[in-house]
Design a protein around this ligand. Structure first.
Ligand code: ADP
Ligand code: ZN
Length: 684
């Protein structure tokens, strides 16, 4: 094997043959990163294959290996994973490979070790583990047996289709899922294996990460954990990556892209909050980290646990078709009660009692009662700013972003209008630009308005607001949570930033200001997302000894998402939702691929989309539903017009294959960009 087949960086996918010099024979393997001469320059590339000979004559020799380690930078399993992703997500292999390695590793930049800073405060106290309850014990035993079995059989063992290697851990909020993860990791470590843990967003789940650190930070004097988060400097990331690659760190915790963490001897993968939308990458390669993780577990021959209080419809469906195995934790750990949930009908409140348009009478009373007892309250509204739009009562004019088809949000703290998509900020208008009417009215509310109303209703209360506007400074998020924990704040107001992973024993009331905002999204998952959000937010209440109470304000109290969340009834929600999905041919019954075309000139995009749609209809079998080429729900973003063609069929692989070869043959007018989104999570 003296010839290497190399995918050259920055060439949009050129693959060339190079000879392996004698000194590097046996060291250059599939997955090695190497430097090669190309047109009198030195460029980098990834070794895809080794061959005995080349069909080309007088090929050059590669010059060196980029970072010389015992094992190639990309393990055989990660190379296979990359190939699978390229195929499944209809994305060029070079695009996939680029996201597999940190930039400094790809380019072998020399990095000085950055100071070893702990991200979440300096003191980590080892937490004595609780005794598992019987539900937890049952789950840990099942996983433990599978770990043991795979460990004994590996590496010869091949996972067959009927083997249970993927587990859906459905446990209500506070049921002790995290404790189960910790115990399973202990077992994997005891077998000499390593573990990968994915969390939706490191910054938003500090308590979860802290618990892992508390248990595993240093075991027998060795630093076992690598936490991969977005605040790492390039040098820190480089160092953490190498520690994992060398097998020094044996637990990796991180968000989406940590699914590619270079763990040696991987024995267990855990995806916490598997239903979370942030696992989907919205730029190329548009992968879903949960699905990639399941494929990685398959390739690494190890079990994977997908944990959630509100599993995605897709995952629970996979349990029903026996692709995943279900494990359940139906009760809160320590037998606390589930919080009592009340639904407050805003239509009734509007007829008189609602004083300020924010708080209904019962919610206001409930907050007052908490203040009296020195208990804490969380108020949730999934929209930042003060008012979601400004409009003119005379002529109907709405202040819109000139680059996006979106209304501008009024921010009172900065007295400006902001586009929540592209960030454009405008000075507040003092009159209608169309008809010169002097007063513009506000519609819809955001967290700033909630804060103002609470301030007015409870002048003595100590408030804090958490949304992307207030959390810009470094460390502010953590500081605010610390203040809330030490009860220096009575009422915490926030967006989805406060929905997950937080556990405050003194919070006995959670108020959802308006449950309808997410229900109205033009997306078949709107109901599912609302159910998940309400359940997650409600789960923040009553985590201590005092029973918690949740109040949901809504104009649509009969909506199934709200009613099932109110009764903590995941199964009920799933049963009614899955019927709708089947009836309308949505995932998981039909799989989707969304083709998007965008560009600055509307006619050009529209024309290209219509032409492509015609070609797709001809190329795809009649069993595939090819949607019309239509303007996207969000017609314009960042100054570009967007058109969609939705494909629905039973096999992503078949649709993707045909789509790929069609796009290879098609050329689009200049300025028209096409993107492919397989299993799209956002239809905007
Ligand atoms: P989840 O991840 O399902 O939301 P957690 O693992 O955070 O649940 O557990 C909720 C709370 O219960 C935490 O404070 C945790 O320390 C505690 N807990 C978990 N397991 C037990 C147990 N077996 N006995 C007592 N307390 C437990
Ligand atoms: Zn904009």
């Amino acid at each position: 094997m003296s010839i290497a087949h190399i995918l050259i960086d920055r060439t949009e996918g050129t693959i060339l043959d190079y000879e392996i010099p004698a000194a590097l024979q046996g060291k250059v393997v599939v997955g090695s990163r190497v430097a090669v001469p190309l047109r009198r320059q030195e460029v980098f590339g990834t070794v895809l294959e080794l061959r005995a000979s080349s069909e080309f004559s007088n090929i050059k020799a590669l010059s060196r290996i980029l970072i010389s380690e015992e094992a190639p930078l990309l393990s055989p399993q990660l190379m296979k994973l990359a190939e699978w992703m390229a195929d499944y997500y209809v994305t060029p292999l070079h695009t996939v490979l680029r996201s597999l390695l940190p930039g400094s590793i790809r380019e072998a930049k020399k990095k000085r070790k950055a100071k070893d800073e702990l991200f979440f405060g300096e003191t980590i106290l080892p937490i004595p583990p609780p005794t598992l309850n019987s539900d937890q014990e049952r789950v840990v035993n099942v996983i433990g047996e599978v770990l043991q079995k795979y460990h004994e059989l590996a590496p010869k063992y091949a996972i067959s289709g009927t083997d249970p290697f993927a587990f859906l851990l459905h446990g209500v909020t506070g049921s002790g899922k995290t404790e189960v993860y910790l115990r399973c990791i202990e077992k994997a470590l005891a077998l000499g294996r390593s573990a990968l843990v994915l969390v939706p967003e490191i910054a938003l789940t500090p308590q979860t990460v802290e618990r892992f650190r508390g248990r595993f930070e240093r075991v027998m004097g060795k630093k076992l954990i690598a936490v991969l988060h977005s605040h790492l400097s390039e040098g820190e990331r480089h160092e953490e990556w190498l520690r994992l690659h060398r097998g020094e760190a044996r637990i990796a915790i991180g968000a989406r892209s940590a699914v590619f963490a270079p763990l040696q001897n991987l024995g267990l993968i855990i995806i916490d909050e598997e239903h979370e939308g942030s696992y989907k990458q919205e730029e190329a390669p548009r992968y879903h980290a949960r699905d990639v993780a399941v494929m990685r577990a398959y390739l690494e021959k190890c079990p994977i646990i997908l944990g959630s209080a509100t599993p995605s419809i897709e995952s629970f469906h996979n349990v029903q078709i026996k692709k995943y195995r279900l494990l359940e934790l139906p009760h809160r750990a320590d037998h606390q009660k589930m919080p009592l949930v009340r639904v407050l009908d805003l239509r009734l409140q509007a007829r008189g009692k609602q004083a300020d348009g924010v708080l209904s009478f019962p919610l206001r009373q409930a907050i007052a009662a908490r203040l009296e007892k020195s208990e804490q309250t969380i108020l949730f509204l999934n929209r930042r700013g003060f008012a979601s739009s400004l409009f003119c009562q005379q002529c109907g004019y709405v202040c819109e972003c000139p680059h996006c088809s979106l209304a501008l949000t009024f921010h009172r703290t900065s007295n400006s209008l902001v586009c929540h998509l592209c960030g454009l900020t405008k000075k507040l208008l003092t009159q209608c630009p169309e008809c010169r009417e002097p007063v513009l009215l506000q519609r819809g509310m955001g967290t700033q308005r909630v804060e103002a109303a609470i301030q007015q209703a409870f002048p003595e209360a100590r408030l804090a607001r958490m949304d992307t506007d207030t959390m810009k400074g470094k460390g502010i998020y953590q500081k605010t949570l610390d203040r809330f924990r030490s009860r220096q704040i009575d009422i915490l107001i926030g967006t989805q930033m406060i929905a997950k992973g937080l556990d405050f024993p003194n919070v006995t009331l959670v108020g959802i200001i308006n449950a309808d905002t997410s229900l109205q999204a033009p997306d078949f998952r709107a109901g599912e997302r609302t159910f998940q959000l309400l359940t997650q937010v409600a789960g923040r209440a009553g985590r201590g000894d005092v029973e918690g109470e949740v109040m949901i304000q809504t104009y649509t109290p009969v909506s199934p998402s709200i009613q099932f969340a109110r009764h903590h009834d995941y199964h009920g929600f799933f049963e009614q939702e899955i019927v709708l999905r089947k009836q309308f041919g949505y995932p998981p019954f039909q799989r989707m691929i969304l083709v998007q075309l965008r560009g600055k000139i509307q006619e050009r995009v529209a024309f290209s989309a219509a032409a492509l749609r015609k070609e797709l209809r001809q190329a795809l079998p009649s069993t595939v539903d090819v949607g019309e080429a239509v303007p996207a729900p969000l017609e314009r973003a960042h100054g570009q017009y967007r058109f969609h063609i939705a494909l629905k069929g039973t096999s992503v692989k078949k649709m993707g294959g045909i789509l790929r070869s069609l796009l290879r043959k098609t050329s689009f007018p200049s300025g028209v960009i096409t993107t492919i989104d397989v299993d799209p999570q956002s239809l905007l």
